[in-house]
Write a protein that binds this ligand. Sequence first.
Ligand code: NDP
Length: 434
Amino acid sequence: ESRNPGEPEFLQAVKRIFTSLLPAIAKHPKYIKNGILERISEPERLITFRVPWVDDSGKVQVNRGFRVQFNSSIGPYKGGTRFHPTVNTSIIKFLGFEQIFKNALTGQPIGGGKGGADFNPKGKSTNEIMRFTQSYMTELSNYIGPNIDIPAGDIGVGAREIGFMFGQYKRMQGGYEAGVLTGKGDRFGGSLARTEATGYGLVYFVNEMLQDHGFSFNGSRVIVSGAGNVAIYAMEKAMQFGAKVVACSDSTGYIYDEKGIDLDTIKRLKLDEESVISAYAAEHPGALFNENCGDIWTIPCDIALPCATQNEIDENAAKLLINNGVKAIAEGANMPSNQNAMDLFNESHILFGPSKAANAGGVAVSALEMAQNSMRLAWSFEKVDAKLHEIMHNIYRESINAAEAYGHPGNLVYGANIAGFIKVGDAMIREGVI
Ligand code: NDP
């Protein structure tokens, strides 16, 4: 703690992960002998930089940009870019640290990284976003490249921002280099099925969990929080698997439609019109709107998929879900359940899919985008989707096997962390003390 003052999120993440690694460390003294814990929790490189830009009124603005290049033992640094006012060293290091293990779990050759800026895109014009993003990339371009570090999007960074970053990088390098970013438009090197990958992957993962315990999506009641990229495609795939999704939310509230959510309306409202979710209730008589988005967990369901944001399920929400008979919970968002909620799910033997494993489909398909860029090929949607399905199956099997092998059968939190750690820790040992 004394080495990382003022970094509560990072310390919390390290503590959480290290606690779940104890069985592996006790069994294999080589990790202690080789100083793996000390080394893996220290970034290989942390870059912070000034991002100056001019707003529409002609005023000079300055933001702070970040990139943490955390671990390159099994591949080039890979991780998203977050533009949000809360971004700071602690948040970037926490996300970058988690990314090491998630990326290893995908089975793809990608190391861990993360970046962003304390820039608030809300209320900014497209021109302001472009000027900011170009300035951010101007400095970042010194540190990234298709074989070194490949950023992608995250909160506040979607296809538009990736396009601007890609254009600026291209201009600075003097030519087209597809492999430097992922999440690109499909006209310039993006992979088909990347948009759907995190939500679809989540549902493929949950399907494995359910099948292992004699349950299925077919005929089940599902609640999905959020109405963004992850939530929409999680709902789509769950519906394709025969589930009835009865509620979803955005930051202004939730809607509950006992007939089953009409996804076309949600897509139009949230993807095309950038509207608020209450508009759904106006179009669908019988659907209820409630302006407290956190109360979505009061609705009884068989399967809960939190896909909005961090810490959206606290102890109270967890108790409600359990008392209402939930069978499975899986995290589409990063860390949507707080520690108390996770403890309650564990004590109640509810099937629980932690974000590190359950939402790894997005970064897995980003790695497939890198592979296509290297080969100068574009695979079909069906081919990418089939690979995603296989990857999620493997992540589930590896996690469940590790949980069993290290004395916590069925506990996917232990299993996912241990399975990811062993891959990275073993590579670090073989590469020597660096
Ligand atoms: P989006 O910005 O596309 O969507 C987020 C959605 O959540 C929006 O509908 C937003 O509402 C809503 N929301 C925000 N806060 C709350 C809240 N407190 N209660 C209810 N709804 C809320 O983001 P993504 O879907 O891409 O990401 C969601 C989560 O998944 C994040 O934690 C992200 O880090 C994680 N993730 C995303 C991946 C991806 O590939 N996109 C990959 C892995 C993880 P509004 O529309 O009102 O803003």
